[in-house]
Design a protein around this ligand. Structure first.
Ligand SMILES: Cc1cc2nc3c(=O)[nH]c(=O)nc-3n(C[C@H](O)[C@H](O)[C@H](O)COP(=O)(O)OP(=O)(O)OC[C@H]3O[C@@H](n4cnc5c(N)ncnc54)[C@H](O)[C@@H]3O)c2cc1C
Length: 418
C-alpha cells in the first residue's frame, strides 16, 4: 500500500520504518525542517519500561495539591478557559482509582517492554547509535517515607516480572558513584536494571536516514492544512506543498493530533502537558551520572547522554504555550547541582520545552479511527521514546492486517467507547 505518515517525530519515524519493513511504500511529511524537532527533540532520554505507569493513580489528586504548593514543585497549572483542558482533567481524575490504575498499567507495561526489546533488536540488526547505554535507572528517595512507600511499586514490578533492586545509600553510590559526595541527601533508591537510556533526537534522525536509504520519502517543511474526508475515508491531505494522496494515512502529529481529529469529527482525549529540559556539557565525568537518576522529590530525571547531562521534568498544564519560563530552569538546575555538584557546566546549558501528548488514562492510542483508512499512533505522553519502536511495530502490523505480537485490542480508541 501507499501510506502517508503525518508527523516526523520519534513516533512517525518508527511507524515509517516498520511500515517500510512490512513492504509498504511510505512518505512522511512534517512541518519542521527535519525529524524530531518538536517533542522528540530533547526529552529526558529514559527508555524505561520499569517506570511505565499512568500518571493518573490513587493518591495523585492529594499529591497534586502538595506539588502545586512546593518550591521547585513538579506540577504547574495555568488554568485556561479551554474546554478540552477541563474535559481532559476530569477524565484523568476519573482514572485516579486503584482499579483504573491497574487496568491502565496493564496496558502500558507490555507495550513498553515489547518496545525496549524491539529497540534492542533494531540496534542489533542495524548498529544504530544514539549515545545509548543499558545501565538501568535509579529512582532516588530523599525521604524515608518515600522509601517506606515503595512496597506498592514493588508488588507491581513483581507482577510483571520486571527486575528491580531496593538499595540503601551505599548501594545507590555503588550504582551511581557521582552521588558519593552527597550521600546525606538521600536515604535509598529503587533500581531498575533492565531500563536503558539514549538520545531520542539522534535516534530519530539516524532512523530517518536509514529509512530514506530503504526508500521512505521524507518531505520536510510541509504543513498539514486540511484532512479531506469522503464516504467514511480520507481521500487526501492538503498541505502547504499541495495535496498528498495515499491508500492509508497515519496520524502521528503528537500533541497536535487532537486538533486535526476534532476538525474531521472524531475528537480524541489528548491534551498537551508541557515539560522542560536542560542539556549540560559534562565538566567532570567522575561526578556525572552513569545512567538515569530520577530525583523522586522533584520528579526530575537526570540522564547521562554521551558527554552531556540531560535534566528533564515538570508537568505544566498551559495549553499550547511554548514560552520558556526561567523558574522551571532553576528547578532543573537545582536538582542536578544538588545531586551531582560540579558534574556539568550549567552556564553553558541549553534550555528547552516540549508538549507531551497525554491521554487521560496513560496508554497511547494505536489503531484505526472511524475512518477506515486513517490510523492513529499518538498520545504517548511521558513515555513516547520508551514506547516508540513497539508502537511502530504494532501500528505496522495493524495497517498490514496482521495480528501484533502483543495484545493491542485495548490500545485503540475503542477503550473510550461507553
Ligand atoms: C521534558 C520531557 C521529558 C521527556 N522524557 C521522556 C523520557 O525520558 N522517556 C520517554 O520515553 N519519553 C519522554 N518524553 C516524552 C516523549 O518525548 C514524547 O512522548 C515523544 O517525543 C512524542 O513523540 P511524537 O512523535 O508523538 O511527537 P512529536 O515529536 O512532537 O512529533 C510530532 C510531529 O508532528 C509534526 N506536526 C505537528 N503539526 C503538524 C502539521 N500541522 N503539519 C505537519 N507536521 C506537523 C511536528 O512538527 C512534529 O515533528 C518526555 C517529554 C518531555 C516534554
Amino acid at each position: 500500500m501507499k501510506i502517508l505518515v503525518l508527523g516526523g517525530g520519534v513516533i512517525g519515524v518508527t511507524s515509517a520504518w516498520y511500515l517500510a519493513e512490512a513492504g509498504h511504500e511510505v512518505t512522511v511529511i512534517d512541518r519542521q525542517q527535519g525529524p524530531a524537532l518538536e517533542t522528540s527533540f530533547a526529552n529526558a532520554g529514559e527508555v524505561s519500561p520499569g517506570y511505565s505507569s499512568p500518571w493518573a493513580g490513587p493518591g495523585v489528586p492529594a499529591k497534586a495539591i502538595k506539588w502545586l504548593l512546593m518550591k521547585h514543585g513538579p506540577l504547574v497549572i495555568r488554568p485556561l478557559a479551554d474546554r478540552a483542558m477541563w474535559s481532559w482533567a476530569f477524565q484523568m481524575l476519573a482514572n485516579c482509582t486503584a482499579a483504573r490504575y491497574a487496568v491502565n498499567k496493564a496496558r502500558m507495561v507490555p507495550l513498553a517492554e515489547y518496545s525496549r526489546d524491539a529497540l534492542k533488536a533494531l540496534r542489533a540488526s542495524t548498529g544504530i547509535a544514539y549515545d545509548e547505554r543499558a545501565r538501568g535507572t535509579l529512582q532516588l528517595f530523599r525521604e524515608q517515607k518515600q522509601l517506606d512507600g515503595v512496597g506498592g511499586d514493588i508488588e507491581v514490578l513483581k507482577q510483571y516480572g520486571v527486575p528491580f533492586e531496593v538499595l540503601d545509600q551505599t548501594g545507590c553510590v555503588a550504582a551511581e558513584p557521582g552521588l558519593a559526595s552527597v550521600r546525606e541527601k538521600f536515604v535509598g533508591g529503587l533500581r531498575l536494571p533492565g531500563d536503558e537510556t539514549g538520545d531520542c533526537r539522534i535516534f530519530t534522525e539516524r532512523l530517518a536516514e536509514m529509512a530514506a536509504g530503504r526508500g521512505v520519502k521524507f518531505d520536510y517543511s510541509v504543513a498539514v492544512d486540511d484532512v479531506r474526508i469522503e464516504a467514511g475515508k480520507v481521500t487526501g491531505v492538503s498541505t502547504s506543498a499541495g495535496v498528498y494522496t495515499a491508500d492509508a494515512y497515519v496520524m502521528a502529529m503528537g500533541s497536535y493530533s487532537p486538533i486535526w481529529m476534532r476538525r474531521i469529527g472524531q475528537p480524541i482525549p489528548l491534551y498537551p502537558i508541557k515539560g522542560y529540559s536542560i542539556t549540560v556539557p559534562i565538566a567532570d565525568a567522575a561526578r556525572a551520572p552513569v545512567s538515569t537518576v530520577m530525583d523522586e522529590t522533584y520528579k526530575v530525571a537526570i540522564t547521562r547522554l554521551g558527554d552531556r547531562i540531560r535534566v528533564g521534568g515538570t508537568a505544566e498544564i498551559s495549553g499550547y504555550d511554548l514560552k520558556l519560563r526561567q523558574a522551571r530552569r532553576r528547578t532543573l538546575e537545582h536538582s542536578v547541582a544538588d545531586l551531582f555538584p560540579g558534574s556539568g557546566d550549567l552556564g553553558a546549558a541549553t534550555f528547552w520545552c516540549g508538549l507531551r501528548p497525554m491521554t487521560p488514562d496513560g496508554p497511547p492510542i494505536i489503531g484505526v479511527s472511524k475512518f477506515s483508512n486513517l490510523y492513529l499512533n499518538t498520545g504517548h505522553g511521558t513515555l513516547g521514546w520508551t514506547m516508540s519502536c513497539g508502537s511502530g511495530r504494532v501500528l505496522a502490523d495493524l495497517v498490514s492486517g496482521r495480528a501484533p505480537d502483543i495484545d493491542a485490542s485495548m490500545l485503540g480508541l475503542q477503550r473510550y467507547a461507553r
